[in-house]
Design a protein around this ligand. Sequence first.
Ligand SMILES: [Zn+2]
Length: 357
Amino acid sequence: MTMMKAAVFVEPNRIVLEDKKMPDVGPLDALIRITTTTICGTDIHILKGEYPVERGLTIGHEPVGVIEKLGSAVSGYAEGQRVIAGAITPSGHSNACLCGCHSQDGAGTKHGFKPMGGWRFGNTIDGAQAEYLLVPDAMTNLAPIPDGLTDEQVLMCPDIMSTGFSGAESGAVKIGDTVAVFAQGPIGLCATAGAKLMGATTIITVESVPARMEISRKMGADHVVDFTKGDVVDQIMALTDGRGVDVAIEALGRQETFQGALRVLRPGGTLSSLGVYSSDLVIPLGPFSAGLGDNKIVTTLCPGGKERMRRLMSVIESSRLDTRPLVTHRYKLEEIEAAYDLFANQRDGVLKVAITP
Ligand SMILES: [Zn+2]
């Protein structure tokens, strides 16, 4: 076979399934036959033209598959092995990698954004919403799937779980902490689960969709605050007896949620931001204590690389977390345009869609 099906960005508001040439496998690459993938909220920013990518690029950064072909210099893997690769595929040898910032691999700027060079799939190189995916720097990025785990059990590892957990990790949640998580989409839900795994004993989440409120409790929320039923900041401050929270995780990417997260912090607390923003943020003077509040504001892009993926899959394998309830809809790759339509419009209680070629 020399051609394959791939979901390609054509122009804003158009991602379509096209025939595309099979990629050539370089010495350090691996070719993966995709068995399951999914659509991310970031892909919707791309679809809407809010995050720019080249026309003709294959979208998607959450691959589960089987090794079809290994590059000539790749060792330690076998063709036919089931693997995942992170949404972020660091080279392992850049200055950013060696500083521990694998996601920011690379240099230069793209459309005015700072590097984010580790994010390559569906950003700077062809992505996972296709029959086949070329994984660069395979020995840094391919993570074998433990026997007995299904595709859907590990589907959240490449991005959703890695990003969600990183909200709690970058916020340095401690045993006994009170944590607020703003928005309970897939990443927010995994941030809730991550905060619980790290030892938070009071987790307050913000959500208004009933199905998401219910899953939020399953993932570890002690209180779910409905922003349609009164001021969120007032509700959280009341639940903490006026103390505020140790860590507030922003998982939506909007001005209101960012400011809400800032407002509920205790003095010295940490705002851990995961959202993808579409416009400039305003930092209000009062909640920012005019710059004197000893607060930390940290941002994180999904940690990648095979060791991160191994750890996340070990969380699943050891039954510390089951992310299967997040997969609410299933589509064939041929139906991906319908899947985009459902996901972009957030219809029918969708959290994540599983796409199978
Ligand atoms: Zn994503």
